[in-house]
Ligand binder design. Structure first.
Ligand code: PEP
Ligand code: MN
Length: 347
């Protein structure tokens, strides 16, 4: 068997029309040689990532096996998440809601779950407006230890109730490996926030969880570092990952962060994973959220995650950037128009 730290080093592209038996034969030969194969079946072709030491793999007569069309080295430091390793873009499907490859995810909800009515009212408003998932913070990463830190487990229950009532899958942040069980049980998608983008122990934990992961880019994390963070998750076996650009730190102070839409375009080239944008935290002010959301759709993002609150002026966190729920339907319609121009549909 491959050692635990071995990575896919070679990409074996099976010929169109290669049989499943031929694919299995290649994997069996890899295993006999002490390596392993990760099979990825696309609509038209099958890829096998050959996992093991590159020199040893290079010594195998892989190109001669029946059904093999060609063998290519995977040169990037990230492997499982590299675009080359998947024949088709990855689509993350949760309860029939899809993100990726033509499906645009519209994730919306409050920054923080504050109380039952606020959560239910927001969930109903975003569901009516066509949102595809409900977001809401239970455990909040706050810059100041003196501000509201979230309702914790109580918020998980409120989110679950709101998700069940509206039929929307729930997205919430996991901050602490000690909360993995509660969060994984309550939520449909596990969010890893910007501050934990390179918390490798937490990434490995969610890599062993049986729920999709929404992985945010850290404010000072490069595109390559984000992809390596995603690789930590994928390496543990969970390849259901949605990447999220949410703004980075620059010299600019006009916006809360600088939304790096160039990174979205780069990520779409580099990975088969869906890439979404958080215009709310990037902007920091509600009047900029719509233009940034439109720009995200236009640059090719696979979705957005947006904050909305029934009374932003009374919100316990991020009030200035939250869209009033009464305006959310108009917001959603304006974004959907761009999504459709891009030939996609809100999933
Ligand atoms: C959030 O989405 O609730 C959040 C805290 O965002 P970020 O991790 O991007 O700051
Ligand atoms: Mn927030």
């Amino acid at each position: 068997m491959a050692t635990t730290n071995a990575s896919p080093e070679l990409l074996i592209v099976m010929a169109t029309g290669a049989t499943p038996d031929q694919t299995e034969h290649v994997v069996a030969r890899l295993q006999e040689a002490g390596a392993d194969g990760r099979v990825s079946r696309g609509r038209e072709v099958t890829f096998i990532g050959a996992i093991g030491e590159r020199d040893m793999l290079a010594g195998l007569p892989l190109e001669g096996y029946p059904g093999v069309e060609r063998v290519l080295p995977i040169l990037k430091p990230y492997k499982l998440v590299a675009r080359e390793l998947a024949p088709d873009p990855t689509v993350i499907e949760v309860d029939g809601r899809k993100i990726g490859d033509g499906y645009f995810g519209l994730i919306a909800g409050p920054c923080t779950v504050e109380y039952r009515e606020q959560t239910l009212e927001t969930a109903r408003a975003v569901a009516d407006a066509g949102a595809t998932m409900l977001r809401g913070g239970a455990f909040k990463p706050r810059t100041s230890p003196y501000t509201f830190q979230g309702l914790g487990v109580e918020a998980l229950q409120l989110l679950r109730e709101a998700g069940d009532e509206t039929g929307l899958p729930v997205v919430t942040e996991l901050m602490d490996p000690r909360h993995v069980e509660e969060v994984v049980e309550a939520t449909d998608v596990i969010q890893i926030g910007a501050r934990n983008s390179q918390n490798f122990l937490l990434l490995s934990e969610v890599g062993r969880a049986d729920k999709p992961v929404l992985l945010k880019r850290g404010a000072s994390t490069s595109v390559e570092e984000l992809l390596m963070a995603a690789e930590y998750v994928a390496k543990e076996g969970n390849e259901r990952i949605i990447l999220c650009e949410r703004g980075i730190k620059t010299f600019e102070t006009a916006t809360r962060y600088t939304l790096d839409l160039g990174a979205v375009a780069v990520l779409k080239n580099e990975t088969h994973l869906p890439v979404i944008v958080d215009p709310s935290h990037a902007a920091g002010r509600r009047d900029l959220v719509l233009p940034l959301a439109r720009a995200a759709a236009a640059v090719g993002a696979d979705g957005i995650i947006v904050e909305t609150h029934p009374q932003p002026e009374h919100a316990l966190s991020d009030g200035p950037q939250q869209i009033p729920t009464s305006e959310f339907a108009d917001f959603a319609a304006a974004v959907t128009a761009i999504v459709e121009v891009m030939g996609k549909r809100v999933g």
